[in-house]
Write a protein that binds this ligand. Structure first.
Ligand SMILES: NC(=O)c1ccc[n+]([C@@H]2O[C@H](COP(=O)([O-])OP(=O)(O)OC[C@H]3O[C@@H](n4cnc5c(N)ncnc54)[C@H](OP(=O)(O)O)[C@@H]3O)[C@@H](O)[C@H]2O)c1
Length: 267
């Protein structure tokens, strides 16, 4: 019996990175996992295989979260094949990393559609599935933001702002859905070793790794598994009375203040 035995979880963007690590952990802990992907069916099927290897249950569903019809189709599949949902982790995200003066209107629209608009739509479809008659347990909604919302990062304005909307919206979700026995929290990872961090940093990845390691009190970049374990906590009965919170999973990176970090080595 795992922590999530009998639960059904949808984790968007779970064919790789943080979503993948969370899907595999939730699967090991007994949940039936909907492994959502956009591009790589093969990667999503690998995640399903790894969950099945440890005796778990999982299925893949493809959906482009920019497309409302695809979101409806995703939830129609969950309704038909599983009949209910306990946990929604809105993890998928995408943007074009550009300075503000180079942004085109479609960069803004597409980022907000995939990061924020899809969240609103998914919540509207997920809540009725979480409220199935006879289910006594709490539903869980977990959103994912990051370091680029309280802080500024190069070429990150649009997704930083979209994630700001997600954090605010999650507090409203907690407020409105609390009476329906659904907890709603945000995980805000720091800098995590995933494909997208490599893509964002490009040929400066090693520099980023060194700087983050130096400036993080716990002395390293985060791993997808670091984030997955906090998602498991929020999805588990241990977090029954936690709602409306932003949980930072950043090794303390948000505690530090750039230039002053160099001085501690001169003590
Ligand atoms: N990596 C970090 O350092 C870090 C730090 C803070 C916060 N975060 C946040 O954590 C989450 C996961 O990050 P990550 O680095 O693991 O991966 P990521 O590259 O940010 O993307 C995660 C997933 O989003 C999916 N996705 C993108 N556009 C989509 C669309 N239009 N429709 C459906 N799915 C779409 C991708 O699927 P496809 O591959 O199939 O396109 C991918 O599986 C994101 O919300 C990210 O902003 C990451």
């Amino acid at each position: 019996m795992g922590t999530l035995s009998g639960k059904i979880a949808l984790i968007t963007g779970s064919s790789r990175g943080i979503g993948q690590a969370t899907a595999e952990l939730f699967g090991r802990e007994g949940a039936t996992v909907v492994v959502h992907y956009r591009r790589s069916e093969a990667a999503a099927l690998d995640v399903v295989s790894r969950i099945q290897e440890v005796g778990g249950k999982a299925l893949t569903v493809r959906a482009d979260l920019e497309d409302p019809d695809a979101i409806d189709a995703l939830f129609d599949t969950i309704t038909e094949r599983l009949g209910s949902l306990d946990i929604l982790m809105a993890n998928a995200a995408a943007t074009a990393f550009k300075p503000i003066l180079d942004l085109k209107p479609y960069h803004v629209t597409r980022t907000f559609d995939v990061v924020f608009g899809s969240l609103v739509h998914m919540v509207q479809r997920a809540v009725p599935l979480m409220e199935k008659p006879g289910k006594g347990d709490l539903g869980r909604i977990i959103t994912v933001t990051g370091h680029g919302t309280p802080f500024t990062l190069p070429a990150y304005s649009t997704i930083g702002a979209a994630k700001g909307a997600v954090e605010t919206f999650t507090r409203y979700l907690a407020y409105e859905l609390g009476p329906r026995h659904i907890t709603c929290n945000t995980i805000a990872p720091g800098v995590i070793t995933t494909d997208s961090t490599h893509y964002y940093a490009g040929d400066r990845y090693d520099t980023l790794d060194r700087e983050v390691t130096t400036q993080t009190p716990l002395g390293r970049m985060g791993s997808p598994e670091d984030v997955a374990r906090v998602a498991l906590f929020l999805a588990s009965p241990l977090a029954d009375f936690v709602t409306g919170q932003v949980i930072r999973v950043d090794g303390g990176l948000t505690l530090t203040s750039g230039p002053f970090e160099n001085m501690k080595h001169a003590e």
